[in-house]
Design a protein around this ligand. Structure first.
Ligand code: DX5
Ligand code: ZN
Length: 213
C-alpha cells in the first residue's frame, strides 16, 4: 500500500517543516487538497501555497481538485509538475477532454468519485486514466469518519480496472487509519490518503509505516 499524507491536517504555520517531515518519514506522495468554496463548503489553498509545498516536498505531489472550474485550476497547477491531478466527475461536463489536457502537460490524470457515485459512471474513461480516487468521506474537511460503502465500491472498481486497464491505480481518501487499511488492501486499493491519522499521531513515521502494508 502506498501512502499519501494530506497536508490539509498539517500545521500551516510550519507548513514547509511538516511537508519535509512527512517526506523524510517515508511517505510515497504528498496529497494536496485544493477547495474553492463553491464545489465544497470550504476554501483551502491556491498556487502560492501549493508552490511552497512543491518546493518543500521531496516526494511527488498528488493534487486533489475540489473546485467548480477544473480546467482553470489544471492550467494553474500544471507548471508545478505534480505527479497526479485528480478532478471530480460530478463537476465536469467534458471529462474525456480534460483527461487529455492533463496528460498533454506530462501529468497523470485521475478522476475522483464522491461517496454516491458508482464506478460504472467512469467505465468508458478507465482506459485513459492513471488513477481513480474513491472518496470515503464527503469532500470538504479532514477528520471525518470513514464511510464503509467504499469497500464494496473498491471491489467493483478493482474488477473493472483489472479487465479494462490494469495499470490504473485505486486510491481512497477520507477517514483512513490503521483500523481500516487492511480492509482497503483486501479490496484492491493501491494508495491511501491519510490526513488527521498521520498528523495527529505522535510519530508521523510510525503512522505512515502502519499504513504501508
Ligand atoms: C477531504 C480531503 C481529504 C482529507 C482527508 O475533502 O479530500 O484529503 O484531508 O483527511 P482525513 O484523513 O483526516 O479524513
Ligand atoms: Zn483529498
Amino acid at each position: 500500500m502506498l501512502v499519501a499524507p494530506s497536508v490539509l491536517s498539517a500545521d500551516f504555520g510550519n507548513l514547509a517543516r511538516d511537508v519535509q517531515e512527512i517526506c523524510e518519514a517515508g511517505c510515497d506522495l504528498v496529497h494536496v487538497d485544493v477547495m474553492d468554496g463553491h464545489f465544497v463548503p470550504n476554501l483551502t489553498i491556491g498556487p502560492v501555497v501549493v508552490s511552497a509545498i512543491a518546493k518543500a516536498a521531496t516526494k511527488p505531489l498528488d493534487i486533489h481538485l475540489m473546485v467548480e472550474n477544473n480546467t482553470f485550476f489544471v492550467e494553474l497547477f500544471a507548471p508545478l509538475k505534480p505527479e497526479y491531478i485528480s478532478f471530480h466527475i460530478e463537476e465536469e461536463k467534458h471529462p474525456h477532454r480534460l483527461i487529455q489536457k492533463i496528460r498533454s502537460y506530462g501529468i497523470k490524470p485521475a478522476i475522483v468519485l464522491n461517496p454516491h457515485t458508482p464506478p460504472e459512471s467512469i467505465e468508458f474513461l478507465l482506459g485513459d486514466l492513471d488513477m481513480v480516487l474513491l472518496m470515503s468521506v464527503n469532500p470538504g474537511f479532514g477528520g471525518q469518519s470513514f464511510i464503509d460503502t467504499v469497500i464494496p465500491k473498491a471491489l467493483r472498481l478493482n474488477e473493472m480496472r483489472n479487465r479494462i486497464n490494469p495499470n490504473c491505480l485505486i486510491e481512497v481518501d477520507g477517514g483512513v487509519s490503521d483500523k481500516n487499511v487492511a480492509l482497503l488492501k483486501d479490496a484492491g486499493v493501491d494508495i491511501v490518503v491519510a490526513g488527521s491519522y498521520v498528523f495527529k499521531h505522535p510519530s508521523k513515521a510510525e503512522a505512515i509505516k502502519s499504513l504501508q502494508i
